[in-house]
Design a protein around this ligand. Structure first.
Ligand SMILES: [Zn+2]
Length: 251
């Protein structure tokens, strides 16, 4: 099996600020006047270079989603959520089209089990110079039970999850309608309300799936040893109930 390896610079990693566990630590994104290497700002959103570029042979960027801490996707107006997705997808595409990278990934960490370190709502884009994007996708993990479908956008619950538990896929055309953002907003609200044990931790990962655009939304818990050690993926026994509950959010 061929795998992708990226080198993580431990010296830079050690100096990176954190305020998820230590919430008294100050937030640089609440003081935009102190930020450097800003690429574009719009409607309280800021796209900038990550000051702590911990991955070698890669360029890391941060997309600050809103102008203050303590809120997240479920709290935004629909209009802001639409603007946010358009802004993020635009910069993702721009970096892909730059020709500088083998692979560009676009994702969100939220909460302490997500791999995130900053509380301020943000997403990340990373351009890898030498990473094989064909090894990043498990196409079967996008198969699932249909929750809802509207304007050509499908939301399903994965029956062959990449990691396990309630894993939700949102699949749309490459240039998606705002329904794509609406489905992400409702599903993140569902995850943070319902999976209370995860302490509101979740990830969103964006992918190109053939000629489609896909987002995978995952509640995050401490990672199961069955998965880490043996690649066994756990599915909850109330999977059907979870699907029904999410379906009701759209009625
Ligand atoms: Zn902040």
């Amino acid at each position: 099996m061929t795998i992708n390896i990226a080198r993580f610079n431990v010296t830079i990693g050690k100096n990176k600020p954190e305020n998820i566990v230590h919430s008294e630590n100050s937030c640089p994104f609440c003081s935009p006047e102190t930020l450097t290497d800003i690429i574009e700002s719009e409607n309280g959103m800021i796209f900038l270079r990550n000051k702590y570029n911990m991955l070698e042979d890669a360029d890391q960027f941060v997309l600050v989603e809103a102008d203050r801490c303590g809120i997240d996707m479920p709290d935004y107006s629909k209009e802001h959520m639409h603007k946010l997705m358009r802004f993020g997808l635009k910069h993702w595409k721009r970096l892909e089209d730059s020709g500088l990278y083998d692979s560009v990934v676009f994702f969100k960490n939220h909460g302490r089990f997500s791999g995130g370190t900053m509380r301020h709502p943000h997403m990340q884009i990373v351009g890898f110079h030498h990473i094989d994007s064909t090894l990043m996708i498990e196409p079967e993990s996008f198969n699932g039970i249909k929750i809802t479908e509207k304007d050509g956008v499908l939301l399903n619950a994965s029956t062959q999850p990449r990691l396990g538990f309630g894993e939700f896929n949102i699949i749309a055309q490459a240039d998606p309608p705002d329904t794509f953002a609406d489905f992400i907003q409702v599903t993140t609200g569902f995850i943070t309300k319902r999976f209370i044990k995860s302490q509101e931790s979740y990830n969103i990962f964006f992918y190109h799936l053939g000629d489609k655009l896909a987002a995978k939304l995952m509640p995050r818990f401490p990672t199961s040893p069955f998965y880490v050690g043996y690649d066994i993926r756990l599915m909850s026994t109330n999977f059907q109930e979870v699907c029904s509950a999410l379906r009701r959010e759209f009625e």
